[in-house]
Structures are given as structure tokens and as C-alpha cells.
Design a protein around this ligand. Structure first.
Ligand code: SF4
Ligand code: ZN
Length: 262
């Protein structure tokens, strides 16, 4: 996933996964003098939740001597996740929040001159996403995703997920054992997301059939390996509103911003 001279932009929310990843990458960075690390934190504008997480992220960056860049939805998109949630737009706030976060991190990583973006998705996140994509009727998204996402067109920075094979429970354990202080309260908008039902379902399955999450992860990887060649490379154009690469006239974030403005 990593090269000795990478400048890694690591997404740090202040939760256990991202702070664990930051700690591990900071240790690696120490061993590779030509590598570089920048933490990117996103302020979605969620009262009573994000402020504490951002503080913990700031503290960790300070302790590890990692530069932190904070970008906010208010500043980038003119709207916060709390405001979106109040608008009742027919989709969960997470649908908007996830798309905006990807765009915010892409922008910040490009601005600091990163060569890769690292996110702290763990095994549980990954297999939940596989099922989520199936239930949304979007199997090609499974093929395009995975532990390392490289854009052969060179329009997007490579994305890596170094923790993708680590179960969530082991990350919690690592964080506790290493004295990592992380935010443990849940986002107030997360309850409505289908992902929560999938999480409960997978945890129940794992309890009865240990190892089933790893099996699902391997199945998804086999599908990627087998179908990657067959998946057509979608041509990209510039979004007519923001100029970012997109297969359509408008990128997903700009479509959502239009829905918000309507
Ligand atoms: Fe955003 Fe949903 Fe995550 Fe909350 S749970 S931070 S609304 S994606
Ligand atoms: Zn756009």
C-alpha cells in the first residue's frame, strides 16, 4: 500500500479507528525519513459530537508531531450536516455526509500535495459496505472499491485502507492497550442508516459462525480480482459546477447541493 517516499494524507476523525491508524502510520513515518504524514480532519458541523472528536484528533496530532488540516462543510459547501438533517430531504443525513466527506478529504489531500489518501476503514466497515452495495443494487461499486483504490485515469489520488483486515474489536483493544484517547459517543444522525441494521446482522452472524466476516471480505476480493478486467472504465469529464472529475454533467456532491438549495 505504501512507498518509502509517500506523502500520506490520513483522514483523522478522532474515533478509535482513525487515531489507531494515525499512531501506526506515525511509527512507520519515523522509520522512513523520506515519507511524510498529514492528518486531515473534517468538521461536518454536528453539534455535541464533532467538537470533542476534533479536539482529540488535535491532541493526538500534537503528541505525534503530525500536521493537521481541518476542513469544514460550512466553509466548503455552505451547509452543515445538522442543517441537512433538519431539512428532511428524503435521504438519510449520512447519504449527504459521506459524499461531502469524500470530496472534502480529496480537496484537502490535493492541496497539501499528498501522494496517497489513507482511511481507517476496518474489516467490519468493509464487509458492511459490501452488503450495503448489494442491497442498494450497486454491485459494480463493490468491484471499484477495496483495500487499495487506484484510478488508472490518474484523476483521483490512490486511496488505501491499511486496517481493512482488522476486526473492529481488535482495534478497540489496540487503542486501549496503547492508551489512545478516542471519542466513544455515536453520531446523533447515524441511527437511521441502513448500515446500522447490517452491522447488527453481521455481528449476530459472526457470533454464531466465527470467521464469517473474513469469508465475506475474501469473497468480495475474489469478485474484484475476477471482474476487474470486465468492469468498463468510466470516462470522466469536468463537473460543470465545481470542475471536479465526474462521469456525469454534475458530480454527486453538486447534485446534492442542488437538492439542498431547491
Ligand atoms: Fe456523517 Fe452519518 Fe457519519 Fe454522522 S454517522 S458523521 S451523519 S456519515
Ligand atoms: Zn461538482
Amino acid at each position: 500500500m505504501l512507498d518509502y517516499d509517500d506523502h500520506v494524507a490520513v483522514a483523522v476523525s478522532g474515533g478509535k479507528d482513525s487515531l489507531t491508524l494515525l499512531n501506526v502510520l506515525a511509527k512507520l513515518e519515523d522509520r522512513f525519513p523520506r515519507s511524510h504524514l498529514t492528518a486531515i480532519s473534517v468538521d461536518e458541523g454536528i453539534d455535541g459530537y464533532r467538537d470533542e472528536a476534533l479536539q482529540l484528533a488535535r491532541k493526538a496530532c500534537h503528541q505525534l508531531d503530525v500536521t493537521q488540516v481541518v476542513v469544514s462543510y460550512r466553509e466548503l459547501f455552505g451547509v452543515t450536516t445538522d442543517e441537512i438533517a433538519r431539512m428532511k430531504l428524503g435521504q438519510t443525513p449520512c447519504s449527504f455526509c459521506g459524499v461531502f466527506r469524500r470530496k472534502a478529504i480529496n480537496k484537502a489531500a490535493a492541496k497539501v500535495g499528498a501522494t496517497k489518501i489513507a482511511t481507517a476503514h476496518n474489516l467490519d466497515d468493509e464487509v458492511q459496505t459490501v452488503l450495503l452495495n448489494m442491497l442498494h443494487g450497486d454491485p459494480m461499486r463493490i468491484i471499484r472499491s477495496g483495500p487499495v483504490i487506484r484510478d488508472p485515469r490518474g484523476k483521483f489520488l490512490p486511496r488505501i485502507k491499511p486496517l481493512c483486515d482488522i476486526p473492529e474489536k481488535e482495534i478497540v483493544l489496540y487503542a486501549y492497550l496503547n492508551g489512545i484517547e478516542f471519542q466513544s459517543i455515536e453520531c446523533p444522525h447515524g441511527h437511521a442508516a441502513l448500515r446500522n441494521d447490517i452491522r447488527a446482522f453481521l455481528n449476530q452472524l459472526e457470533l454464531k459462525h466465527p470467521g464469517i466476516k473474513f469469508t465475506l471480505q475474501r469473497t468480495a476480493q475474489r469478485l474484484r480480482d475476477t471482474l476487474a478486467e470486465a468492469a468498463p472504465l468510466i470516462e470522466l469529464q469536468q463537473c460543470q459546477r465545481c470542475g471536479d472529475p465526474t462521469p456525469h454533467e454534475l458530480c454527486e456532491a453538486c447534485v446534492m447541493l442542488e437538492a439542498i438549495a431547491a
